[in-house]
Design a protein around this ligand. Sequence first.
Ligand code: ASP
Length: 347
Amino acid sequence: MSLKKVFILMLIAITSAFAKPTIYILATGGTIAGSSSSSLSSAYSSGTLTVDKLISAVPQISQIATIKGEQISNIGSQEMNNEVWLKLGKRINELLSSGQADGVVITHGTDTMEETAYFLNLVIKSDKPVVMVGAMRNSDSLSSDGPLNLYNAVSVAVSKEAVSKGVLVVMNDEIHAAREVTKTNTTAVDTFKSPNTGKIGSVIYGNAKFYMQPTRKHTKNSEFDISKINLLPRVDIIFSHSNDNPDFINTSVKNGAKGIINAGMGNGNVYPSALNALANAVQNGVVVVRDSKVGSGETTNPGEIDDAKFGFITSDNLNPVKARVLLMLGLTKTNDPKKLEEYFLAY
Ligand code: ASP
């Protein structure tokens, strides 16, 4: 090999070793893109800043990655819906499989971030980093948390350690796994917790460290495929309480729900008349998942309720909003309760 060729090859190797990874920021809205006329008010509007504004507010991210931005939606995440989920999931799969992106950061409202994170965790077909981020204080607020959260999210997305960890949520210096994370406080910046397992890592001014590895199936090992799906089946969540009644359950069945997640009391317990209505729902072909409104711990099969007798399945330790996501995706493949129960033990 000539000296000139050796030199060129060395140059290519050196440049690619120092080339910055390409990170796509897909913006969906939320408080991180929110604004207010006052820096000291809890009144504000979500989803007002565009992705370009979010990126230009944190120029430091361009030092660690080549940043590209795309606006997927600009809504408060209380408006999140299946259509946006499918659009987001398909776009991420396209960006990662084509090699256009080395990782993806999704800016999102915090209200439903855990649902979107778990949905993506089950449908993304790549082990490249996919990181969700938001803020609890809008961009005009005193001490808003969005800019540092975004910097930390991009830092996690470029970290080699973030590969194969499934979808991650980065908020308030912490890294959480999509399956485990939940919003626990209406207003505090340390609202995101993983009650059953704890956070899996931390990220302090961009220095990301991981301490745990998610073990349930996700992303590349998931069997759920949205590439040809444009609609998801209806699954409702019913909340149990004392002196309950069967009306919401009956209405849900009447309106065509294919599945019901019952957010029961304690270990998934249900008021007697509501229990009868759930048993009837199963007789009518609706898949009923017994879950708990408690916020942590397993809903055991069986518990005080004999699931086999009623034809119910249980959620393991998924919270109701995530159980809804898994059941919707599960129902795109089967409505056999045995198979669906297997999903709850695997994902
Ligand atoms: N309602 C807002 C949202 O979820 C709250 C937030 O982002 O913190 O979009």
